[in-house]
Ligand binder design. Structure first.
Ligand code: PEP
Length: 246
């Protein structure tokens, strides 16, 4: 089974920093990551340079952190799926909780973006996850299944979809690291409903070198989606090596 390990850089890195990161990654003997699918999601400004530095034979996939559902048009400030594909993206992250919270992304727009991404042959990386209040009320499974169903509603072929379960209470510097027992029920439920159809179901939220292996050992976890711990390229490489050696 392929284990996915990737990082989204959020709104970080200049072109020079992005190039440095990609050059370091490109110089590593990537064969040692056999069985792993690494991916990085730079800001859209750096997609082209990162893709060019890594080159077509790299094991590392490059993706965008967002894309609009329309192919082109009067959508000031947005980028489309064909545009990010043109810049080298093969993955589009959709529905991260920060986009849902701060940029009014809804289940409906997430669904439109999934459809656009599938239509253009890219991989949708669909983020779902409940807030702390829902987790405390033991509502995580229902909440997450509802989000996944809404995201994939009417999508004829979900075989390219990668889901990322990212509980909001676990994300970012204010987040709490998840224990395997916190997330096992959600993975069981998502895999029971979607496991035969989607490509993979990842976990994200405060993943680091200390908790990556126990989280990957949870039944149904097909990979890790990492923020802060992989923003430094050495951190990403260490994480990939750790997963390869586990
Ligand atoms: C994220 O924001 O998607 C994320 C996983 O971040 P972090 O690993 O820093 O919690």
């Amino acid at each position: 089974m392929t284990i996915w390990v990737g990082t989204g850089w959020k709104m970080n890195k200049t072109l020079a920093q992005a190039r440095d990161y990609a050059e370091t990654l490109a110089a590593v003997e990537q064969e040692r990551w056999a069985g792993i699918q690494p991916f990085i999601l730079p800001p859209s400004t750096a997609l082209a340079v990162v893709s060019a530095v890594l080159g077509p034979r790299s094991r590392v996939l490059v993706g965008a952190q967002n894309a609009h559902w329309a192919d082109a048009g009067a959508w000031t400030g947005e980028v489309s799926v064909p545009q990010v594909a043109d810049a080298g993206a093969t993955i589009v992250e959709i529905g991260h909780s920060e986009r849902r919270t701060f940029f009014a992304e809804t289940d409906a727009t997430v669904n439109l973006k999934v459809k656009a991404t599938v239509r253009h042959g890219l991989t949708p990386l669909v983020c779902v996850g409940e807030p702390a209040s829902v987790f405390a009320a033991r509502g995580s499974v229902t909440y997450v299944l509802d989000e996944v169903r809404a995201a994939l509603q009417g999508v004829n072929d979900v075989s390219s979809v990668v889901l990322a379960y990212e509980p909001i209470w676990a994300i970012g510097s204010g987040g709490r690291e998840a224990e395997p027992a916190d997330i096992a029920d959600v993975f069981a439920a998502v895999q029971a409903e979607w496991g035969g159809s989607v490509q993979a179901v990842l976990f994200g939220g405060s993943v680091n070198l200390g908790n990556a292996v126990p989280i990957l050992a949870v039944e149904g976890v097909d990979g890790l989606f990492v923020g802060r711990a992989a923003w430094d390229v050495d951190g990403f490489i260490e994480l990939l090596d750790l997963v390869a050696a586990r």
